[in-house]
Design a protein around this ligand. Structure first.
Ligand SMILES: [Zn+2]
Length: 224
């Protein structure tokens, strides 16, 4: 026997839409880190956000659907590390790693393959944002400055929400090492609005030692 949704039994996306204020602009956003081939289950997020986007529009809400490619994230995929030539790429930003296909980088190659499936299942974000463009153009400078100036608040949120204790010198930023081009090896400790001082000691999982210094274990001074 099928049932028709009543006011008390709305379709979940309609229930969310009905709970939102109608007099403000809404943004629904999803993102993907292109760290390798994306399995079919990777569409779960876009399918859910698209269902919400459609419901919001049907309810007359002012809504924008944004999809972000996190192509600035460092490579830390354990399965990719096993592949030929990938071990030396660990810790580098995904958009700076060579592609399996000439003319593209690793992040663009995998992100474009993933995004091409959207059309076939009828998912249409209004805007696709690439982090390389947002960071590179300086569009996020104001927000980066804000979190750096309030690093103590970010550390407190980590402790309260995730039960993760960051030491007092930890800053909520990753910098790219000038020597080896890696992100995960570099520990940012001080900043003066334009530059972040970095002395390496932290290592992200799967990252090899910095090959650009004689000790091999520490990254040099770098800046954003
Ligand atoms: Zn380095």
């Amino acid at each position: 026997m099928t049932t028709t949704p009543t006011d008390r039994e709305l379709f979940w996306a309609d229930a969310v839409a009905a709970s939102l204020p109608r007099d403000v602009h809404h943004v629904i956003r999803d993102s993907k880190t292109p760290s390798g081939p994306v399995p079919i289950s990777g569409l779960r997020g876009p399918v859910i956000t698209d269902a919400l986007y459609r419901a919001f529009r049907e309810h007359g809400l002012d809504i924008r659907y944004v999809f972000t490619i996190d192509d600035f994230d460092p490579m830390d995929s354990a399965s990719m590390k096993q592949q030929a030539g990938m071990a030396e790429q660990m810790g580098k930003p995904l958009f700076m790693i060579p592609s399996p296909e000439p003319g593209k980088d690793f992040a663009r190659y995998h992100a474009e393959r993933f995004l091409s499936t959207f059309e076939r299942v009828g998912i249409h974000p209004q805007e696709i944002h690439w982090l390389r463009d947002l960071y590179g153009s300086g569009k996020l400078d104001k927000e980066i400055d804000l979190v750096l100036r309030n690093a103590d608040v970010v550390r407190r949120v980590y402790a309260e929400v995730s039960n993760v204790q960051k030491d007092a010198s930890w800053l909520p930023v990753w910098v790219i090492c000038e020597n080896c081009g890696r992100i995960g090896t570099t520990h940012a400790s001080d900043f003066d609005a334009a530059a972040v001082t970095a002395g390496g000691s932290r290592r992200s999982k799967g990252t090899r030692s910095c090959p650009g210094t004689s000790s091999g274990a520490r990254c040099g001074t770098s800046s954003t």
